[in-house]
Design a protein around this ligand. Structure first.
Ligand code: GDP
Ligand code: IMO
Ligand code: MG
Length: 429
């Protein structure tokens, strides 16, 4: 029985939340394996909108176990705030079911501060982070000075670690960034205030998930961010600081590659990006504005307007190749209704040379000028379509061409925000 990865094929916000929620009532476990509350995953049920930042997106289904793997970085204020909000809205009481890896790292106030001041310091070279402290927390993890969930079990250890970390950081804050030093006791007290609530949720997540898979349970590994924001495979340095790629699910949750049966890439029927970094098909004109308006393209986490442009097949094909997509779930096809022609990027011109695949160096990608193929648009409202046959012919041909260019079958199509607004072509389980 399957271990399934759901991940973003572009630069995030493809609709991973909605795709994950589709499978909700058939899952035994829904596991976040990377990122933190830089993510914003939207699920719309019966017209009610839920935005998940740390909780796995299928959490509205009370029968599954939500899990945060070791690869996730956790802001405890945000986590318990989300649990509370869900409870207040009549959702499942996740605190009774959720499991958190003892090895997951904690985002502290100093990580948030350093994230923000670093961006300010970088000026025009900034990354455009979400400012949630995610990058600095992963830096500390790799530098071996991070604070982990299990440290909440041992107060003297936690205090010593916070003090050691702040000894360095306060120098940086005061001497380089001209900010006030942070008090280690205050930071530690705040983290320890959660110890009692976190302790019952802590688990040996790798053992839990491997046992579940042995028993034939269905485990969905939900990616945050996306392939092109991956610190190894993305458009570095304009990336996040973790591995949202499919292989990251193994590292970030503690299962081997043989455990993954399906890798479902989520792609929007066009392209968006938040923050800085190259995006060849970006439209800086009225067309880009129209896509932004029609698709309500504003960040779920920061509210920033998303940069919008035509579908870039090279971007999605690269993600499909590196992650071994078995399926593509194409979202927001409905947003493209009403265009006479729909350009799709099928190649780049890089300094006078045509390439059909994404270049592997930053300089080439920064120079990439899209080569477009124009497909016919459609005007019919497709939000009520529930099968391929319901779609206007031009919309069907659009999907087929994308499938061909990305070299992966399209198994699902989103035609609206709602849970039911979907065309399922191949079962995702
Ligand atoms: P995620 O981060 O990948 O989960 O995506 P976000 O939730 O940040 O952004 C995707 C947005 O598109 C959300 O507002 C979703 O409700 C919405 N959405 C997802 N699929 C569809 C779709 O097929 N059609 C439309 N119109 N909206 C969709
Ligand atoms: P979901 O899971 C879109 C972007 C930020 C910035 C870069 C680094 O909702 O798809 P970070 O705060 O992670 O250090 O910022 O990554 N970014 C996202 N863009 N969707 C996301 O998550 C993102 N998470 C981070 O805008 O460019
Ligand atoms: Mg999002």
């Amino acid at each position: 029985m399957p271990g399934i990865v759901v991940m973003g094929a572009q630069w995030g916000d493809e609709g991973k939340g909605k795709a994950t929620d589709q499978l909700g009532d058939r899952l035994d476990y829904c596991v976040r394996y990377s990122g933190g509350n830089n993510a914003g995953h939207t699920v719309v049920v019966n017209g009610e909108k839920h935005a998940m930042h740390l909780l796995p997106s299928a959490v509205l289904n009370a029968n599954l176990v939500p899990v945060l793997g070791n690869g996730v970085v956790i802001d405890l204020d945000v986590l318990f705030g989300e649990i509370e909000t869900l409870r207040e809205r009549g959702g499942p009481d996740v605190e009774q079911t959720m499991k958190i890896s003892t090895n997951a790292h904690i985002i502290t106030t100093y990580h948030q501060t350093i994230d923000k001041v670093t961006e300010r310091f970088l000026g025009k070279n900034k990354i455009g982070t979400t400012g949630r402290g995610v990058g600095p927390t992963y830096s500390d993890k790799v530098n071996r000075i991070g604070i982990r969930i299990q440290d909440l079990l041992d107060e003297p250890i936690l205090r010593a670690k916070v003090e050691a970390a702040l000894e360095q950081k306060n120098q940086l804050l005061v001497k380089v960034y001209n900010r006030r030093a942070l008090d280690p006791d205050q930071v530690a007290d705040h983290l320890l205030s959660y110890a009692e609530r976190v302790t019952p949720l802590m688990a040996d997540v790798p053992r839990l998930l491997n046992t579940a898979l042995d028993q034939g349970k269905v485990v969905l590994f939900e990616g945050a961010q996306a392939h092109h924001l991956d610190v190894d495979h993305g458009t570095y340095p304009y990336v996040t600081s973790s591995n949202p790629t499919a292989a990251g699910a193994g590292v970030g949750a503690g299962v081997g590659p043989t455990r993954i049966d399906r890798v479902i890439g989520i792609a929007k029927a066009y392209t968006t990006r938040v923050g800085e970094g190259p995006m060849p098909t970006e439209l800086l004109d009225d067309d880009g504005e129209k896509i932004r308006t029609d698709g309500a393209e504003f960040g779920t986490t920061t509210g920033r307007p998303r940069r919008c442009g035509w579908f870039d097949a090279l971007v999605v094909e690269a993600a499909a190749t590196v992650n071994g997509f078995t399926d593509l779930f194409l979202t927001k096809l409905d947003t493209l209704t009403g265009w006479e022609k729909l350009p799709v990027c099928v190649a780049y011109d890089v300094d006078g040379e045509r390439t059909d695949v994404m270049p592997s160096t930053q300089t080439e990608f920064h120079h990439a000028v899209p080569v477009y193929e124009e497909l016919d648009g459609w005007t019919e409202d497709i939000t009520g379509c529930r099968s391929l046959e319901d779609l206007p012919k031009a919309a069907r041909l659009y999907v087929e061409r994308l499938e061909e260019l990305c070299r992966v079958r399209v198994s699902g199509i989103g035609v609206g925000q709602g849970r039911e607004q979907v065309i399922m072509i191949n079962d995702l389980l």
